[in-house]
Design a protein around this ligand. Structure first.
Ligand SMILES: Nc1ncnc2c1ncn2[C@@H]1O[C@H](COP(=O)(O)OP(=O)(O)OP(=O)(O)O)[C@@H](O)[C@H]1O
Ligand SMILES: [Mg+2]
Length: 280
């Protein structure tokens, strides 16, 4: 049995704007086990970012409890929260949040400087290598594509060996192909390193890659769905849970066959479709 990484109970976040109070989170309880790969979905304004910011120790709840890897965070000082953040959590944002005129290598070294870690250069190089940017370590953000910039941000999130990676719409600014590559990277980090990953997304094509999807509505969990069987095995493809496959454009793929009946059929069909230029 895995350890529980996230345990929140009756969490609320109330924003007061003049006379009006907005319950961005209205009493959320949730447990996430070590090694899970989870998507968070929900309409705009439903509280996804508010929840992620609290889970990432970037913000404190108004009430309720949050145990992160066994530590009760609601009782920690700002300084202690920063310590927890630096050692346990990697955060990835939609807009990459990289520093201008700073090389990929220096961006990734930064968290190690904050946590006064040793071997900084070596560890930053390893993290960049792990996200496939070993050849681009001296490039600055303007010298990198959107997908490459997000890889730098993921390397930065990874470099402190976090137990948890939180990504708030990490593919929101990327095209479909790059989205697939980034999601594939999260999936690999989850499977190979056992890092627990939570991804906020508006895109169903992203959520099909996870085993669990939590839906928020009006600051509450409206649905907590676990997928059984295989999840998408090929970048861009996904098992919708009913045996049908969806293609990278989110359409039902005309070549789809149930994965159980034709394990490699999806990849083969897509390769063929690309070869002959048929619509996918
Ligand atoms: N700093 C703030 N002050 C006041 N209200 C806020 C603040 N941050 C968020 N809210 C409100 O809290 C609610 C939840 O916002 P949140 O940003 O968590 O939504 P979201 O699900 O991430 O939406 P989106 O999909 O658009 O990113 C919204 O009604 C929003 O207006
Ligand atoms: Mg948001």
């Amino acid at each position: 049995m895995n350890d529980t990484i996230i345990s929140i109970s009756d969490l609320t976040k109330i924003y007061t704007m003049g006379e009006i109070q907005v319950a961005a989170l209205a009493g959320v309880s949730l447990e996430i086990e070590e090694g899970e790969f989870t998507a968070i979905m929900g309409p705009s304004g439903s509280g996804k970012s508010t929840l992620m910011n609290i889970l990432g120790c970037l913000d404190q709840p108004t009430s309720g409890s949050y145990l992160l890897d066994g530590i009760e965070t609601s009782e920690l000082s700002d300084e202690q929260l920063a310590w927890v953040r630096g050692r346990k959590i990697g955060f990835v944002f939609q807009g990459f949040n990289l520093l201008a005129r700073t090389s990929a290598l220096e961006q990734v070294e930064l968290p190690l400087i904050y946590s006064r870690a040793s071997n900084r250069r070596q560890r930053a190089l390893e993290a960049l290598d792990a996200v496939g940017l070993g050849e681009r370590v001296h490039h600055t953000p303007t010298e990198l594509s959107g997908g490459q910039q997000q890889r730098v941000a993921i390397a930065r999130a990874l470099v402190n060996d976090p137990v948890l990676i939180l990504a708030d719409e990490p593919t929101g600014a990327l095209d479909t192909k790059t989205t697939d590559e980034i999601i594939e990277l999260f999936k690999r980090l989850n499977q190979e390193r056992g890092i627990t990953v939570l991804v906020v997304t508006h895109e169903p094509e992203v959520a099909v890659h996870t085993r669990r999807t939590i839906y928020l509505r009006d600051g509450l969990i409206s649905k907590d769905e676990r997928r059984t069987g295989r999840v998408a095995a090929t970048p861009g493809g996904g098992d919708t849970g009913n045996g049908k496959l969806i293609c990278p454009k989110g359409l039902l793929c005309p070549y789809a066959a149930p994965l159980s009946a034709q394990p490699d059929g999806y990849a083969v069909a897509h390769a063929r479709a690309e070869e002959v230029g048929e619509p996918q």
